[in-house]
Design a protein around this ligand. Sequence first.
Ligand SMILES: *Cc1c(COP(=O)(O)O)cnc(C)c1O
Length: 372
Amino acid sequence: MDRDKILLTPGPLTTTQRTKLAMLKDWGSWDSDFIAVTARVRHGLLDVIQGQASHVVVPLQGSGTFSVEAAVATLVPRDGHVLVLDNGAYCKRAARLTTLMGRRCTVLGFDEAAQVSAAALHDALQADPTITHVVLVHCETGAGVLNPLQQVADVCAAHGKGLIVDAMSSFAALEIDARKIRFDALVAASGKCLEGVPGMGFVFIRKAILDACAGRSQSLAMDLYDQHSYMEKTGQWRFTPPTHVVVALAEALLQFQEEGGQPARLARYTRNYQTLIHGMAQLGFMPFLEPAVQAPIIVTFHAPGDPRYEFRAFYEAVRARGFVLYPGKLTQIETFRVGCIGAIGPDEMEQAVHAVALALQDLGIESGAPAV
Ligand SMILES: *Cc1c(COP(=O)(O)O)cnc(C)c1O
């Protein structure tokens, strides 16, 4: 079979043929056609969060982490103090890059099976007035937990602290309305729920704080203030743009709008999620999270308790049937993950569950039930 495998991974993910076909052309970075594509993408991205009045959007070359790092370095003064709300692997990554950027960083830890707590944030801000910024990961892709963005944003606003949101795996799928939620920066990327290809991130920055960001970044390439000023002046990217990624994202944004925008995308991913959970339950598999804290983005399952289970063999057996799973990212217990996002629907999810059933048969495993 030379058909593309379906990626049940949280980026890169499965894209439509239309999005792939958009990349079959070369573009000059200075050419007016490409400048128009960049402008269209920036406008379309701001529309997703109703942010035209309050925010600018700054695209940046690289994977999503590049944009998180750039946001921290651009927004937080060198003598600033960042509090990271930590309930998983991507939170820990944000804390690490904050420290490497030379900013003082404090981590407020939570269980990786639970949401972070806005009440605990309130107490922490009360206890330490030197904190200037808070970092929140909206959907913690490590386990799949949905964190309480609105509550955290309200606490930050009440205390006058800057909020930087890593919304990488939630943007365009879960509602984020800049008119209701106050944040200084929100970061996402091309190859997640917008269903573009990977290669660029983008950061929404609140207009009111933009000017104060000049000169804060110690990096040339990752300075979002400079990137934004140059783009405003010329319409061009400051350094070589990922041209094919940008045109693919423009095409993906069109399809996002045609589908019905964020509510329609959330509805499709929720159907994917329900099909997955239901089918896997019939095979005996147990999700790691309580449904109340689970985002319909990526699901962590306990590994089967059967001694014949081994992730690599299981992965290969599912892969042989055309579906690519994702390893677990939890430190203590053995798990694997299945993404619900990408240009797929419930039919593909049903087929994926069927592939999992056949893979279990291959390995001689009767049930996906975890060890008790
Ligand atoms: C995907 C993702 C990132 C970025 O990861 P990259 O590998 O750099 O693209 C950051 N945060 C979260 C929550 C993510 O899901």
